[in-house]
Design a protein. Structure first.
Ligand SMILES: Nc1ncnc2c1ncn2[C@@H]1O[C@H](COP(=O)(O)O)[C@@H](O)[C@H]1O
Ligand SMILES: Nc1ncnc2c1ncn2[C@@H]1O[C@H](COP(=O)(O)O)[C@@H](O)[C@H]1O
Ligand SMILES: Nc1ncnc2c1ncn2[C@@H]1O[C@H](COP(=O)(O)O)[C@@H](O)[C@H]1O
Ligand code: NA
Ligand code: NA
Ligand code: NA
Lengths: 105, 371, 371, 371, 105, 105
């Protein structure tokens, strides 16, 4: 097993911003991402009020090298933390054939 | 608090000009309220307030929304095709112009009242104005059911007007909000206070998204489809499609009940926020529609609409969007607190229109002389 | 094994009292079984057993459930309104009392049989009793279709009875279970064995949740809506709602097919658990409904129900809940193994009722003299 | 590029044999294209291409698919029952044999053309052949609507033929692909190149999954249910089920519109892949259906089908599966690039059939002499 | 990037208990939570038998300081492990502006 | 709190293979698993083309001892990495009553 140490960035936030973030994440150097529908509660959840067939909150997971992880978190915190409901965190993962996910940049 | 009072006067005064008017409104109200559609809405509110177990899967809610929009468009296109064959555009162009005019006016009146009477921030004022400048397809559907039940069906091209009314209001409010915010920011920056620049690209993107959003695409798309297929198909082949989408039919009416049940559930949850938004916004959510509704009824009459048509136009002008507007506002005016706009549109104006507004607009339309 | 035999005798004996009875049952069975509703259920079972690919999205299943409950309520309210206009409450109060009585009796008979004949634990006995004390709206719908097909439509207020039957059984069983568990625990504690205290709050919460659950809220809510709007609307306006919800209509019957297909898929999965639950529970799942069904038919007749009404009352009394009861039991009696109750209610009693029970109750109802 | 030209000639030549043919095709096209079903498909494509906001919840799409399959089966069973009562199997066995034969032939013709004309890999050729060997139930539904609108309804047992056509093509293509891949791999291994062995078990599993998949289970299952309940129920009891599933009815036609809207959304997304798949596959996706369609119309006529029947048989033989085939191919031939097969089936053949193919097959059927 | 070391508590269990747990988690000091619908299989999955429109199993994720994490896990294991199907685990995360999530207590 | 150090294996991939993997994971020694529907984008996402009512991509999470984790990752990477769209990673978790999840083997 070749396991490659990388970072898993997780962002949970209002649906309205998550697609934008997902697209940006690719531009910032990720090779892919995984999105899922969740239900959330947080300090600003009253802001989270879209009524539609879509989930109101979404979770984005991205496996990236450490530097890209920092770029992503900086991007997210600069652009969305002030006015949108969202949270972001980082954790350590060991990825199978992880060199694939180091990607362009 | 002066202006709200003035607004109130403007909106309701005409109705009490003569004596029997009030009794007639009460009767209209009764006839409207004690029917399945508003009662389902009420059931939804009650269920939420007592923490009852009714839950409508969001996919069902969303599917019904799709059906309703398609239906409004398709039947609209079908009727338009008949209208067009009979009268060309002669009966339609005036109401269309009036609708566009109202679509441009209402976000501005809303913004002015919110900003200068209510003293709300630019972003919040523009955000709420975007909701009130657009329209609610469900309010249209309920108003349409109402006038059909009173045996005064609206002119056939009303669905076309709904489609016309969807976009301009949102666009104007967002542009207004973005421009004024930028100006304010520039002023602040001159004062030495830092301020983030608005992303222009986002505004364009949001406007594009509004104009190609689900509501418009489905209503306008099906309008064309209904128009074209009415022209080219024989009646027998057209029949099953007509029955399926038919707004007097069992599917439309029945699904509208389920839809309003869910809207009641959502509105019920929002009722708790009434305290947060304060008395000004509550008053705004009731009086602004009355004013806009009166304008709709009156100008509709000037443009030649019949009694049902004036009522429905009043209702859609008075209604506030809670589907197309929220994401657009959220993206372009993130400082705007969505609790304000959604609570006003959904927990105040929508129920008010469903329960009281529509019969009132009906009386207004009668009063301005529509038949 | 003595009591089950006795129960069996009690339940079936009357049916064989005269000679042609058996042949008539077989004929009824055929007429019932070879119709789309039970056949779709069978198709679901087959698909699961052969690992076939049929999958019903849970949102569709859930949406149909909502429609069926609303429909039962709405049409029930509509019919009740006519009944009320003709007879006031004179025809209804006796059947209502009988239904409430049966709602209180059946959880107790179930508990006693499970605990003292089957030797099951207090929690398991109470948990299963909660399921059998309540009712299954789908069994109601199928029974109602059956009697309509046999040209013996049930009295108009049967949906009201379904609503009445939903709650009491669950409540009584849960309280019984909680009380006896506490007593047992106290006894054990006296013996030096530790035991966790029941959270009283949870019982109250669970009971509240049952009473304000989806089934009750929708059925009772739409019952009121159907009642009120029948009184206040003119026939033409009411028509599309009636057609939409109409239980003889294409939507109700057709969606019931899809619903039963999904129930077959779920029941098919549970069939594998029959081995786990053992022969006693299998016997219980067949004989208890026969006993309860007989009581329903007989007491329904005493209360003045017609042939269809007695059959349907028998079917709902005999049926076991698998929607409202499971979460309530899971929360209040967590030691109860849900495999037992769900398998019994869903994989034994439900299919038995759908396939064999309903025609048998029909013959029982005839036998006790209902017309 | 020689063969495609030949194919093209084979497929279209007959149509231009006489002069007025072309004009008739254009008229048929118009009559077909300007109806809600293809127009909704077009709306879906447009919405995707302009990044419009229409989104159909996948549960709705899936629920409609279930309804359509059940409906095709049920009404098929119902009609088959009448046919059977009138003629026994005398009218049915020839068309059934012809359908099975075409089900075995089309994957082979497809494979041969793809591998030897197109020079595609074994896995890709077999993968695409599996799609073209099977059938698309929605194409059936649209073709059926078309012939009904032209007042030439198809023979009553066509749904039976759809069911027969679903499986064999996929099975043959997969077995062919697996066998040839194994041979090639053995050859390579002899040359010293390593190659992974095919898992035999997976092939069996995939074939079983195709045969017990959703489409077959629902269509065949409801066919039996429709057959049986027609025999045993009286007309009045059968009526609501018939209305619900009725393929000329409002539910079927209306839901088909929504379904095609979603298919347009998906096909629109795939249109971008046309460049990736190259001109050969685009030509294949149009010419192969014309050839298969001609075979279907001609052999259908030989087997005694009427004009509508020949048209519909041609359409289903010409159509490519995009529901049952993809997962089966993905599991057994993982080296096959799904972009090729899905793009060809969904973004080329499906729209071609819906818009142009069906009217062409109609003219072909007339030309071979069907009435 | 201010990254704050916190704990991510994950609980997967029967739907019937997850809402209760989510509410309790707030009382125990979390500032928010994220819920998602999952499909699960485990040693007690036969207990997991609700039939309804809801997912039968749900996943709860909560970002909290280490002490709160322990309180939550203790609460869950005391109240639900015996009779309900559920699993709970803890992992290390680095959270953007993580001081926000230390919350009341 | 007895917290037991284990591994969390996460696999995200095409729906068509995920059920198979879930079943295999049990054979390889896991005591359970958790599946969820996600939306994914990656280097091979064009391969991911099933049209149906099901999500096109699924996420599998399994809590297992370290050795089992390696076996699972080896199995997945051997059998699916070449032809299917998928990604797999490993992270450290501390599991409540974690000895339960060491399972058979
Ligand atoms: N402490 C937390 N743990 C897990 N998820 C959280 C937490 N706080 C917030 N979230 C998620 O992040 C979203 C936005 O949170 P907030 O910005 O605090 O309103 C919420 O809807 C939750 O889904
Ligand atoms: N080893 C495991 N890895 C991941 N999830 C698990 C594991 N075991 C159990 N689960 C999840 O926890 C739920 C309850 O498990 P159990 O209590 O073992 O029946 C299951 O439905 C799964 O969703
Ligand atoms: N860097 C990444 N981070 C998170 N998820 C990923 C990443 N790359 C791929 N995925 C997920 O794995 C699936 C298959 O990826 P791939 O094999 O690269 O096409 C995608 O659909 C995503 O859900
Ligand atoms: Na408006
Ligand atoms: Na009962
Ligand atoms: Na074919």
């Amino acid at each position: 097993m070749h396991l490659y140490p990388l970072k898993l960035v997780t962002v949970v936030g209002e649906t309205v911003i998550m697609e934008e973030i997902a697209e940006e994440v690719i531009k910032l150097g990720a090779t892919g991402f995984t999105l899922s529908d969740v239900v959330g509660h947080g300090s600003r959840s009253t802001r989270n009020v879209l009524i539609s067939g879509e989930a109101k909150t979404r979770k984005l997971e991205v496996v990236v090298p450490s530097e890209v992880a920092v770029t992503i978190l900086t991007y997210v915190s600069h652009n969305y933390f002030e006015h949108y409901a969202c949270i972001a965190w980082l954790s350590d993962v060991a990825v199978v054939r992880g060199d694939q996910y180091v990607g362009k940049q | 608090m002066l202006l709200p009072a003035a607004l109130f006067a403007t909106g309701l005064m005409p109705l009490f000009a003569d004596g029997g008017q009030f009794a007639r409104i009460v009767e209209s109200l009764e006839r409207n309220l004690l029917t399945p559609i508003p009662l389902c809405f009420l059931l939804g509110i009650i269920s939420t307030r007592i923490h009852g177990g009714i839950k409508i899967p969001k996919e069902l809610y969303y599917s019904i929304a799709i059906f309703l929009l398609m239906s409004i468009g398709f039947i609209g296109g079908h009727e338009l095709s008949h209208e067009y064959q009979l009268h060309g555009v002669s009966t339609i162009w005036k109401p269309a112009l009036v609708t566009l005019f109202l679509g441009c006016l209402t976000p501005i009146t809303s913004f002015v009242v919110l900003r200068y009477v209510g003293g709300m921030s630019i972003a919040d004022s523009a955000g709420i104005a975007a909701h009130y400048g657009s329209t609610s397809a469900v309010t249209y559907a309920v108003a349409n059911s109402f006038v059909e039940q009173t045996q005064h069906p609206a002119d056939s091209f009303l669905p076309t007007l709904v489609t016309l009314l969807e976009c301009p209001g949102i666009a104007i409010a967002l542009v207004l909000g973005a421009a004024l915010s930028a100006k304010e920011r520039a002023a602040k920056a001159a004062d030495g206070l830092p301020g983030k620049p608005v992303k222009k690209s986002k505004l364009g993107e949001a406007l594009y998204e509004v104009m190609t959003g689900q509501s418009i695409m489905l209503m306008a798309g099906l309008l064309v489809i209904g128009f074209v297929s009415t022209q080219f198909m024989d009646e027998k082949g057209f029949q099953p499609f007509y029955e399926f989408f038919q707004s007097k039919g069992m599917l439309f009416r029945g699904l509208l009940c389920i839809f309003l049940l869910e809207m009641g559930l959502v509105a019920g949850e929002r009722l708790g926020d009434l305290v947060k938004v304060g008395p000004f916004l509550v008053a705004f959510g009731i009086l602004m529609p009355l004013v806009h509704g009166f304008l709709g009824a009156w100008m509709g009459h000037l443009a030649g609409l019949n009694l049902g048509g004036c009522t429905v136009l009043a209702a859609i002008v008075a209604s506030a969007s809670y589907i197309a507007a929220p994401p657009a506002v959220r993206l372009t005016l993130p400082e705007a607190n969505p609790t304000y706009s959604i609570t006003a549109a959904l927990a105040i104006t929508f129920p008010f229109n469903i329960a009281f507004g529509i019969p009132i607009y009906f009386e207004m339309a009668k009063w301005v002389g529509a038949q």
